[in-house]
Structures are given as C-alpha cells and as structure tokens.
Design a protein around this ligand. Structure first.
Ligand code: PEP
Length: 251
C-alpha cells in the first residue's frame, strides 16, 4: 500500500561534476528496481545539474532546506519555488543538523513545510531525539512535540505530500543504528500520533522513513519492520554502489 522511499542526503559534499557523475553511475544500478522511490539530495549549487542528469530516470531530486518566503530581501535564502525551478520534487526540512547548528525550530520547520507544500514540493520532515533525551525517557514526548509543531495547521490533503523521517540524533553519522525494534517502536508511535491528529486512513498512507547510519548491511532488517517505509541515508548515500545496494534492499 505504501511505496518504499530511499533518500540520500549528501549534506555538504560533492561538486557539480562529482554529483552528476554519481547520477550517471547510479542510473543503471537502480533502473531495474521495482516499487521503490529513489531521491537524492545534493547541495543547492548542484541541484539543477543533478536534476538534468537524472531526467528520464526514476531518480528524484531533493533540496536540503528552503526558506518560507517566495521572494524578497532575504539574503542567502532559497525559496521553494526556486527549488522547483531547479528541478526538485522534494525538500528535506528540519534535519537535526539544521536544528543543532542553524537554529531550526519546530516553528521554522512548520513555516518552511507549509511554504514548500504550497509550491507543490514533497516535504521530508525530520524528527528525532538526542541521546540525553532518550536516556531521560523523553523520546516520545520529544517526537510528539516535533511532529505536532512541524505539522501545525496542515490539513489532511497537505499531509499526502509529507514524508516523516525519524532520525535519532545519536544514530546520525555515528555508526550506531537504532535496533530494528527501537526504530519500529518509534515509527509505530508516530503512526498512532498521525492517526490521532488526522485519521487512521491518513496514518496508513503516510511514509515514515528511518535515518541514522543506514547501510547495505542493516537496511533489510529495518525495512522488514511493519512501520518502516524507507530510509534517509547520509554517509552510505555518497557512493553509488552502497546507495544502490540500499535501494535494492529487497533483492
Ligand atoms: C542523515 O544525515 O540524515 C543521516 C541519517 O546520516 P547517516 O546515514 O550518515 O547517519
């Protein structure tokens, strides 16, 4: 019922030529894969070249952030409409690195989400607890407030263009993956929360990705969990062969 989605977040890596060479290498590796959506997320400067290189393939392109205004005196910002213009179909919002280093809050993530949806982009909304929060027993409270804050005032129709990425901060870039059961527990909680905020039908259709040191070796176990619908992949998405192996988790 839900088509799995594997998204690569390249963070601050790859020049335009490295990014387009990656697409050329990835295309044949994922061409035969059925029933999986594939998204890659390069830096802003490479978006349009990557989108052109990916044209005609199953690979879609995401930006790693956006602003909430379409234009104006906002030096350094990039509007959702400009991302569409560059060939993006998706945008990552609220990544923990944006929250940690760039002052992203649930409120700004919500403003960005609403603007991106209004432009027709699909939003990958990231949530996740820190190690301190997990050890204090606050995981569910943190996730609940990030999701209610991030989805604030969105109607059910808009929710169809939202993908939630659960990324425990302690598992990002650390090599420590949440166990299949730990991840499933939070994913199930998120789905119940969406059912409470919207409806069971909305909860049943929403994609919930797991992120945090996903690799070819652990993706199968994670994807076998009933509420894990895909992965947001950082480090292992930087090489075409390891990213393709994750996309091909089912073969
Ligand atoms: C990420 O940046 O979203 C991420 C999950 O990174 P990594 O896979 O490297 O932990």
């Amino acid at each position: 019922m839900r088509t799995p989605l594997i998204a690569g977040n390249w963070k601050l890596f790859k020049t335009i030529s490295e990014a387009t060479a990656f697409v050329t290498a990835l295309k044949p590796l994922v061409a035969e894969v059925q029933g999986v959506e594939v998204v890659i997320s390069p830096v802003f400067t490479a978006l349009s070249s990557v989108a052109a290189a990916a044209a005609g393939s199953r690979i879609r392109v995401a930006a790693q952030d956006c602003y909430w205004e379409e234009e104006g005196a906002f030096t350094g910002e990039v509007a959702p409409g400009l991302l569409k213009d560059a060939g993006c179909s998706h945008v990552i919002i609220g990544h923990s690195e944006r929250r940690q280093y760039f002052g992203e809050t649930d409120e700004t993530a919500n403003r960005k989400t609403r603007a991106a949806l209004a432009t027709g982009l699909t939003v990958l909304l990231c949530v996740g607890e820190t190690l301190v929060q997990r050890e204090a027993g606050d995981t569910f409270t943190v996730i609940e407030s990030q999701i209610t804050g991030g989805l604030q005032s969105l109607v059910a129709e808009e929710l169809k263009q939202v993908v939630i990425a659960y990324e425990p901060v302690w598992a990002i870039g650390t090599g420590k993956t949440a166990s299949d059961e730990q991840a499933q527990q939070v994913h199930a909680f998120i789905r119940q929360l969406v059912a409470k905020l919207y409806s069971q039908a909305d909860a049943d259709q929403i994609l919930i990705l797991y992120g945090g040191s996903v690799k070819p070796e652990n993706v199968k176990g994670l994807m076998s969990q009933p509420d894990i619908d895909g992965a947001l992949v950082g480090g292992a998405s930087l090489k075409a062969d390891s990213f393709a192996a994750i996309v091909r988790f089912n073969s």
